[in-house]
Design a protein. Structure first.
Length: 484
């Protein structure tokens, strides 16, 4: 089995801002379980050090462009034993705030240096820095590791490289001044290199220099070849089509299992859904809504931004005024959208509950207690909540985009008859289309035989990482073989 260096900017349980962390914390253990030798490289942010447990310093680093002390600390992913190497450089990573910005959400001004340093550490590790271990393949994730394949090109007998796009909207754009400060080869400042409309892009480097490019769902792999979803990089991606592949994300089925979940009010499974009704009651109480078992509860968890279609939900509410439903929301983001949601809740406190922020326990309770789950994202590379929802018997309502299209089987006559339909899919991404589809979903909710069929089909789906890990291992073997 191959030896893999997994380079990422976040991973659960150490640090998380989005789905990248879920992938980085779940895929390496699945690969290890399948026999691969996986090591994970992650910056030693302050929050990571707080969650890392015992640490051993295993190497010192002397990297180009870095004038402050740096080294490698060793730990492991709890419960799996997957080795984790933390890039320890207090000057760059030991800060209050998030991995990419301060507490107010403002990007750190030295992010170019912070993640170029991560890339250079990956190169050093690929060259046997720790105990002579050398990976056969380096798997990089999103713009933060986009320079890794670029810099590995200068390494004699370099490992194979795979670069995964989790969200093409984040391209890692920096100025010419940043480019010069990083002491990168001048030849990289060109249209054929990292230059991107007067700036330079870490992400573009990963797309150009890696042996293979993957995205987190097959549909998103096709979408990013178009101007609508390509963010100006569709030409670059089009030139790499033969080495572009969509592999669907999995979910942590140990953490997200209604039969064992310690964060919900009562456990349940597909054979006995009584516990789901208990969770619904607890959810209604948590949000101060009338505890009515007959009224369908619709849930939403996510960033409150236009991409997630939060405005579509708000704009659809007037058309749903006559419907018996309750809406519960958990998330944070755009201040205007936050305020609109809070205003809606204040106007209809018996129908709408909103909590700004993120609470892991409440997220689990929403998945367990809601009847329907909304994901009207304008684009969604993969998405995880629609998979969590199906596992918890909560029927998703999604826009036909990216991984949402790949993971939700639409309610159509043939799919219903085969007991395969798992949710409601709408298009285009408009408030009207969402309202029409949600009314249809509420109609089905009032027909117990149909609803039970949807719930049971969703809970029977296999979204485990084991399936995705097999696909990645097959790609790794192919990429390594091509390197000779």
């Amino acid at each position: 089995m191959p030896s893999i260096l997994f380079v990422t900017s976040e991973a659960v349980p150490f640090v998380k801002t989005g789905g990248l962390a879920d992938v980085s914390g779940s895929l390496p253990p699945a690969l290890q379980a399948a026999g691969a030798d996986v090591r994970l490289l992650l910056p030693a942010y302050r929050s990571v050090l707080a969650h890392a447990g015992s640490l051993e310093r295993v190497a010192e680093l002397d990297l180009p462009g870095l004038t402050v002390p740096a080294g490698i600390l060793a730990t492991e992913i709890p419960g799996s034993g997957v080795p984790v190497w933390l890039l320890d450089c207090p000057e760059l990573y030991d800060r209050a705030g998030g991995p990419y910005g301060d507490g107010a959400g403002v990007d750190w001004p030295d992010n170019a240096l912070r993640f170029a340093t991560l890339a250079r550490a990956a190169v050093a590790l690929s060259d046997g820095l720790v105990a002579g271990w050398r990976p056969q393949l380096v798997h990089c994730h999103d713009w933060q590791s986009g320079l890794v394949p670029v810099l590995l090109a200068d390494l004699p007998e370099r490992p194979a490289t795979v670069f995964t796009i989790h969200n093409l909207a984040y391209r890692g754009l920096f100025s010419r001044l940043d480019f010069d400060r990083l002491e990168l080869p001048e030849a990289l400042w060109s249209m054929e290199g990292l230059e991107f409309y007067g700036d330079f892009s870490f992400l573009k480097g990963g797309l150009l220099a890696s042996d293979w490019i993957t995205t987190v769902s097959p549909t998103y792999a096709r979408e990013i070849l178009t101007p609508e979803f390509g963010w100006g990089l569709e030409g670059v991606l089009g030139s790499r089509m033969e080495n572009l592949l969509g592999i669907l994300n999995g979910i942590d089925t140990g953490m997200w299992d209604p039969a064992t979940d310690p964060l919900i009010a009562e456990n349940y499974d597909a054979g006995d859904l009584g516990g789901k009704r208990v969770n619904k009651h607890a959810l209604q109480q948590r949000y101060g809504l009338p505890a009515d078992a007959e009224v369908p509860v619709v849930g939403f968890i996510g960033r409150l931004v236009d991409q997630k279609g939060v405005d579509l939900i708000l704009d659809a509410l007037p058309a749903l005024e006559g419907e018996a439903l309750q809406l519960v929301v958990l998330g944070s983001g755009d201040r205007k959208l936050e305020q609109r949601l809070l205003d809606a809740a204040a106007e209809s406190p018996h129908r709408i509950g909103v909590e700004i922020g993120y609470d892991e326990s409440l997220a689990h309770l929403i998945e367990a207690g809601a009847d329907l789950f909304l994901m009207p994202s304008r684009f969604e590379p993969c998405g995880l909540n629609q998979m969590y929802s199906q596992r918890y018997g909560t029927v998703p309502v999604v826009h036909r985009a990216g991984g949402l299209a790949d993971t939700v089987v639409p309610v159509e006559r043939a799919a219903l008859e085969r007991a395969e339909a798992t949710g409601f899919v709408f298009t285009p991404a408009t408030a009207q289309a969402l309202a029409v589809t949600l009314r249809w979903a509420l109609l089905c909710y009032r027909q117990p035989r149909i609803w039970e069929r949807l719930v049971q089909a969703g809970m029977a789906r296999d979204f485990s990482w084991a399936r995705s890990a097999e696909d990645y291992l097959a790609l790794y073997e192919r990429a390594i073989a091509a390197r000779g």
